[in-house]
Design a protein around this ligand. Structure first.
Ligand SMILES: [Zn+2]
Length: 417
């Protein structure tokens, strides 16, 4: 039996524990356990590994921006042990053949566990993509993603997803609420795709939902979170919580939905602290610096982030602004529940996905520290606490910022009904 010792975070409490692991699963949690090997982390914290339900790792077809091997290395270094990749790769994952090809291509290239979204254009695409972890629709154009058509198309997809037992993640912006004109700055971009567009699109999903499980991607406003239908989950991103239209980022801060003004951003934080948002997700969507060096209106939208969710948000845990229990539920537990994956909690029977962190260690974010293929991060220079070790199903994958075990990631399968 492999044993990991430290101060484990369980049910919001911190207790010295020895975590026994066999065949990738937690089999015992005691004060002391005998095992071989034993990883001793003394008074460092042990948390469940992060589950990031929203990443764009760019493979296939866009691998000059990122790829699965590199993106999952960045994830592991940031304490993320499961990612779910979006379908707007090249070719897009819109049918069974494209999904099968993506699974074939990526198997063997993942350093952590992963799931894949299917992006059905119509209801017929859903049953074709049985092996998809979940499904994604865009209600507005964003980058190379094609928006869903009529209400009937969306209702049909929702019905098919409901029958599949999976869930539909929705990028909620209503293009009818977009302002005309050319956006030349982060403030312009915010005004051109305003908060009202977010709320209107969420209301459209709520109206057509039927019995489907629905997840609202990247809410940028407290109003957006509150307008989601009962029982639906929502995520927000570290960039929408920590950056704003006043961040001096230019095109590097261009993202859809946009960064908001400080006051909107602060209200979003309060919503997190009050428990109104279910989970963090990075919406890791890298572009090269060359692509981002275009004029504002021509630059592609998206920022990298899969490595920084834990490091930049843990600062707020350390300062006791964000309670540890809420952080763990938003970073690990709730996204694992959404996926119905056997992850997200330090408990007997769960996959042994763990991150180890010394809360006293403070450093600065750099693109190199994140191992980003795109070579930049919007959080460059920010105060951060990176994990010292990351385990995936009991395997030590990353340690002290270095990948130590490669390509052990597997595609996740739902475990509960
Ligand atoms: Zn996205």
């Amino acid at each position: 039996m492999l044993v990991v010792e430290g101060r484990a975070v369980r049910h919001g409490r911190i207790e010295p524990a020895a975590i026994g692991i066999e065949e990738g699963k937690i089999v015992a949690i005691r004060k002391q356990l005998r095992g071989d090997p034993v990883y001793r982390y003394a008074d460092a914290l042990i948390l469940p590994g992060g589950v990031d339900v929203h990443v764009h790792l760019r493979e296939p077809g866009l691998t000059h921006k990122d790829d699965f091997l590199s993106g999952t290395e960045s994830a592991a270094i940031g304490g993320v042990t499961t990612v779910v990749d979006m379908p707007n790769t090249k070719p897009p994952v819109t049918d069974g053949a494209a999904l099968r090809e993506k699974i074939r291509l990526l198997s063997g290239s993942a350093n952590i566990d992963f799931g894949l979204y299917g992006g059905p254009a119509t209801a017929a695409g859903v049953p074709e993509m049985k092996r998809a972890t979940a499904f994604k629709v865009y209600l507005a154009e964003s980058g190379n993603a094609v928006p869903v058509g009529t209400d009937a198309d969306l209702a049909g997809i929702l019905r098919a997803v409901g029958e599949s037992g999976s869930f539909l993640a929705a990028h909620c912006e209503d293009p009818e609420r977009f302002a005309a004109g050319v956006a030349k700055s982060l403030s312009d971009h915010h005004r051109s795709r305003p908060p009202e567009a977010e709320v209107a699109a969420i209301e459209r999903v709520a109206r057509l939902r039927g019995n489907a499980r629905v997840h609202i991607a990247h809410v940028t406003t407290a109003e957006g979170a509150r307008s989601r239908p009962a029982g639906a989950t929502c995520e927000t991103t570290p960039h929408h919580l920590l950056l704003s239209t006043t961040s001096n980022l230019g095109t590097r801060g261009k993202v859809n939905p946009p960064l908001r003004p400080d006051a909107t951003r602060d209200a979003l934080w309060r919503e997190v602290l009050e428990g109104g948002i279910d989970m963090f997700a990075s919406d890791h969507a890298p572009h090269t610096l060359e692509e981002k060096s275009a004029r504002f209106e021509d630059a592609p939208a998206g920022v990298p982030g899969v490595a920084t969710t834990f490091p930049v948000l843990f600062r707020y845990v350390r300062r006791q602004i964000l309670p540890l229990e809420r952080f763990v539920s938003m970073f690990s537990e709730n996204p694992a529940k959404l996926l119905r994956a056997n992850k997200g909690e330090i408990a007997v029977g769960r996959d042994a996905d763990l991150l180890v962190v010394d809360p006293r260690r403070i450093e600065k974010v750099t693109a190199r520290r994140c191992r980003y293929k795109c070579e930049w991060t919007p959080f460059e220079g920010a105060e951060a606490t990176f994990p010292t070790a990351t385990f995936v199903r009991g395997e030590l994958v990353a340690q002290e910022g270095e990948l130590v075990t490669e390509r052990i990631g597997r595609m996740i399968t739902p475990t509960e009904a």
